[in-house]
Design a protein around this ligand. Structure first.
Ligand code: C5P
Length: 227
């Protein structure tokens, strides 16, 4: 069996990470949640008051990028990796709607992208990796052997995200989650640097009517047909 690189891109809350984690586990690959890295930078910006009201002190954030160290550590109990910012576990903190509301603005900054893409390419250099995000098949690993572009209707995606937040105990309304999903998709798809687009050689997968088990089976079969 050869080790390959699997890139899973797509719109917000399409369930990319759920499928990517299952796939990585089944293949014995590492899983990298690249969105968590953009969320970590956003959390850092909030912690350091680089975001006030709705204003971002972009220059100050860019100047501080060398002070931001992002890492992942596998949590045996949970069965997946958690993200750390300067050695502090911030897995829970980065999943809030507050971070979601600002992350696409931060992810549009070229200097931020440059830093994170270098780290992502380094994490995947040994292959045997499943990475999900927005530009994995187009920018991070343009030569990935398998590229999947996931999509689903905005309502389906917002409903999944809303349920996740409610399950965590967050107080949110469906409408604000839907708004966030639509807004993030717009910013991610229209930014100048590495916009969210389907790579020419990616397999398009609309998973609106698929259960998690069915999605997993489909992507596993795609991977097995190559490996
Ligand atoms: O995957 P997740 O929804 O957690 O990603 C959060 C945000 O990070 C996205 O909406 C996007 O703005 C940004 N992102 C990105 N490129 C990636 C992964 C995430 O721009 N490869």
């Amino acid at each position: 069996m050869t080790n390959i690189t699997i890139a899973i891109d797509g719109f917000s809350s399409t369930g990319k990470s759920t499928v990517a984690k299952l796939l990585a586990k089944a293949l014995g690959y590492i899983y990298v949640d690249s969105g968590a890295m953009y969320r970590a930078v956003t959390f850092y910006a909030m912690q350091h008051n680089f975001i006030e009201e709705n204003y971002l002190f972009e220059e100050a954030l860019v100047k501080s990028l060398d002070d931001i160290f992002i890492s992942f550590k596998h949590n045996e109990e949970l069965g997946f990796s958690e993200v750390f910012l300067n050695n502090v576990n911030i897995e829970k903190e980065i999943r809030t709607l507050e971070v979601s509301n600002f992350v696409s603005t931060i992810a549009a900054i070229p200097e931020v992208r440059r830093k994170l893409v270098i780290q992502q390419q380094d994490m995947g250099k040994a292959k045997g990796v499943v990475m999900d995000g927005r530009d994995i098949g187009t920018v991070v690993f343009p030569y990935a052997e398998l590229k999947i572009f996931m999509t689903a209707s905005a309502e389906t995606r917002a409903q999944r995200r809303f349920q996740e937040l409610i399950d965590r105990g967050d107080e949110v309304h469906f409408e604000e989650v839907l708004d966030n999903v639509i807004k993030r998709d717009y910013i991610d798809s229209t930014r100048e640097d590495s916009p969210l687009i389907q790579a020419e050689d990616a397999v398009l997968f609309n998973n609106s009517n698929f259960s998690i088990e069915e999605q997993f089976e489909k992507v596993l079969n795609l991977a097995k047909s190559i490996i």
